[in-house]
Design a protein around this ligand. Structure first.
Ligand code: NAI
Length: 296
């Protein structure tokens, strides 16, 4: 199966951490990318972040200055979805909530051409359930990037019950053309990475709750002793506790409240306090300018 040509326009919905990263990847690969967010200014801020990231890559010599400028010029923030009606691929990276994502997919189905592919960057929600209410569920699939999307190589291409295998194959080939390592997965709760990683976070949070060591020590142990590039607490701070807690809750519910996936009260407290991690300036660590990496 061949990848989508770079002449195919891409719509990225949600200009947060993941949407901005995905938009950058697609723009560097040559696509015109529409970037849309319901939050005022988010798409413009997302584009500014992409421009800064591309400038940094150019300064480091990883990409030429001309290529960086050209890619930045292909990212077009839009204030209405209707402005992106000629997109041939939509990738949503909005809040991890089935009802909200379903409403968006219904809108996209009415807006985009019949042969446009509708993809979700969901970490855990059922692709089958996302697609079910649509008239053409066969063109829906998961296209699950990892954080930060421009850096992390892996992409899970996720098929729901109705997904046309030609659509999954096209997304797989497209992710590869974008420089990623793509794998196919059936839609099961959390797919592969987020299924297997849940007990990693959960056990680290339990060890913390038992008072075995502080977060910095536990992170250092997992990094230095087990070869993880990041410890579990700094990784959760990067992912965002709102996102990570929603993913754990979704996997827990989808597995009929299997105790192995029980969400953590410690993490729930952070979410309730608005300490969402790096994006809010504080999570397990304090990211304020000049702050020690203090614990909460
Ligand atoms: P985020 O909170 O950084 O960004 C989400 C953005 O979506 C926000 O800017 C918000 O204003 C916007 N949004 C919310 N509802 C919207 C709607 N109806 N229409 C348009 N925009 C809307 O979240 P993040 O981290 O980028 O996550 C987005 C998705 O990606 C979630 O499904 C998450 O599970 C998934 N994901 C997250 C990863 C992570 O490490 N944070 C990794 C892989 C997937």
């Amino acid at each position: 199966m061949t990848a989508l040509g770079s002449n195919v326009k891409v719509l990225v919905v949600g200009a947060g951490a993941m949407g901005s990263g995905i938009a950058q990847v697609a723009a560097v690969a040559g696509h015109t990318v529409y970037l849309y967010d319901t939050r005022a200014e988010a798409a413009d801020k997302g584009r500014a972040g992409i421009v800064a990231a591309l400038d940094k890559l150019a300064a480091k010599g990883r990409i030429s200055a001309e290529a960086a400028q050209a890619a930045a010029g292909r990212v077009l923030p839009v204030s209405e979805l209707a402005a992106a009606r000629d997109a041939g691929l939509a990738v949503e990276a909005i809040v991890e909530d089935l009802a909200v994502k379903r409403a968006l997919f219904a809108e996209l189905e009415g807006l985009l051409a019949d042969d446009a592919i509708l993809a979700s960057n969901t970490s855990s929600l059922s692709i089958t359930a996302l697609a079910a209410p649509l008239a053409r569920p066969e063109r829906v699939a998961g296209l699950h990037f990892f954080n930060p999307a421009p850096v992390m190589k892996l992409v899970e291409v996720v098929s729901g019950l109705a997904t046309d295998q030609k659509v999954a194959a096209t997304l797989h080939a497209t992710a590869r053309a974008w420089g990623k390592v793509a794998v196919h997965a059936r839609s099961t709760p959390g797919f592969i990475v987020n299924r297997v990683a849940r007990p990693y976070y959960a056990e680290a949070l339990r060890v913390l709750g038992e008072g075995a060591a502080d977060v910095a020590t536990l992170d250092a142990v997992l990094r230095e002793g087990c070869g993880f590039p990041m410890g579990p607490f700094e990784l959760m701070d990067l992912i965002g506790h709102d996102v990570n807690f929603a993913v754990t809750s979704s996997v827990f519910d989808a597995y009929f409240q299997d105790k192995r996936f029980t969400p953590s009260l410690i993490q729930q407290e952070l979410v309730l306090a608005g300490r969402l991690g790096r994006k809010s300036g504080r999570g397990f660590y304090d990211y304020a300018e000049g702050a020690e990496r203090a614990q909460p």
